[in-house]
Ligand binder design. Structure first.
Ligand SMILES: NC(=O)c1ccc[n+]([C@@H]2O[C@H](COP(=O)([O-])OP(=O)(O)OC[C@H]3O[C@@H](n4cnc5c(N)ncnc54)[C@H](O)[C@@H]3O)[C@@H](O)[C@H]2O)c1
Length: 354
């Protein structure tokens, strides 16, 4: 038996409040504090969860005796500073996506977590989503055939963030899912983006991404489209699988249809023949468990049983590297950027307390 894991949530905005609710519902966890710079958010937490200790000070929070782990659910630009202070204070940390805003920062968090012997996990929530688990099982199953390509769309009217652009806000979800489905990381990216709303940051983006051996991915994100879409499609030689996060009745649909090339016969002058497949349309049962609750339960289990999180610091770093490469490609108007060729300048990173 173990005592409950004492959790604090830093950043009690829209998403942080969900963490407070979910950890309150888990029997092995206890919310010991909530921290936010905005008094109105702390007042809201006290209203929804009476008796919760709230503070605007991270230092006060890190002094609490019964604190084991911290969730960092603030805006992306603050993740590195807050997470590194929590790790240096000896706390396990679950950081929301994107883990950091530069690869050097993500590498430093991984080093710090190793040094202090604490867990570092990133909130790639879709990897704890039962529908994505189902999609992955089919996409990697014998019925799929060869995976040809995959694409996703994440569009809506906002919500507009003020510290990162729409690509950094939304595409980490898709990159993390693509990496997870394919079991690899991008070789290259090519991206273009626009600032149609005329604020400081890009609000629309089109990203192409290449995986070995020759699998193409595409991601479209937008804060400026009056049509909310949360869809990811995997196309293979035998099947097309659709994940529609807004379709609560049929989150996954499988079209048992496809086309593949048949090895040409010599007599055929090297011309490929094509074989069509036509089958059923299925919507498999998907477990209805809340992804965020699965993620929080996984975090607790990793702490208690000393296991590596499915979405560990390394997987967070891989997504940040892809996002950094996407920035570089946007600066070059869509020219491909090969991740292996990037030379990272870690020297510019301000060192935090070890
Ligand atoms: N995994 C997901 O599905 C998912 C969904 C939504 C948001 N997110 C992520 O969660 C994070 C928060 O998003 P949100 O929509 O809740 O944003 P939000 O703006 O509603 O909330 C952020 C909160 O952090 C507080 N804050 C900022 N700096 C702070 C500091 N130094 N100390 C204490 N509090 C501070 C702000 O006052 C604000 O209340 C982002 O990183 C976002 O990418 C993830």
């Amino acid at each position: 038996m173990f005592d409950k894991i004492g959790i604090a949530v830093v950043g009690a905005g829209y998403w942080g409040a969900n963490y407070v609710r979910v950890f309150n519902e888990l029997p092995d966890a206890e919310i010991v504090a909530v921290c936010d710079q905005r008094p109105e958010r702390l007042a809201e937490i006290n209203k929804r969860f009476p008796g919760t200790f709230v503070t605007h000070s991270l230092d006060t929070l890190l002094q609490l005796d019964d604190l084991d782990a911290v969730v960092v659910a603030t805006g992306a630009a603050t993740h590195f500073d807050l997470a590194s202070r929590c790790i240096a204070g000896g706390k396990h940390v679950l950081v929301e996506k994107p883990l950091t805003t530069t690869p050097a920062q993500a590498e430093r968090l991984i080093e710090l977590a190793d040094l202090h012997g604490v867990k570092l996990m990133v909130g790639h929530t879709f990897l704890h989503n039962p529908a994505i688990q189902t999609l992955r099982a089919y996409a990697n199953g014998p019925e799929m055939g060869e995976v040809y390509y995959l694409y996703s769309r994440r569009t809506n009217l906002g919500p507009i963030r003020h510290d990162v652009n729409a690509l950094w806000d939304l595409a980490p979800h898709d990159i993390s899912i693509f990496n997870y489905l394919l079991g690899s990381t991008p070789q290259w990216v090519s991206a273009v983006a626009a600032n149609v709303l005329k604020n400081q940051r890009e609000d629309v983006g089109f990203i192409s991404v290449g995986y070995a051996p020759n699998i193409l991915g595409h991601i479209h994100v937008s804060w400026a489209e009056p049509n909310k879409v949360r869809e990811l499609v995997v196309v293979g030689s035998n099947m097309r699988i659709v994940f529609d996060d807004l379709n609560t009745m049929e989150r996954i649909r499988i079209f048992e249809k496809g086309i593949s090339a048949i090895q040409p016969e010599v007599a055929n002058f090297g011309e490929f023949q094509y074989q069509m497949r036509d089958g059923n349309i299925l919507s498999p049962r998907v477990d209805s468990a809340e992804p965020l609750k699965n993620q929080c339960r996984h975090f607790i289990n990793c702490i208690v049983h000393n296991q590596t999180p499915r979405t560990d610091g390394q997987s967070g770093l891989e997504v940040v590297r892809a996002m950094d490469a996407i920035d570089r490609s946007i600066q070059r108007r869509g020219a491909p950027v090969f991740l292996e060729e990037i030379i990272y300048d870690n020297a510019t990173l301000a060192l935090v307390a070890a």
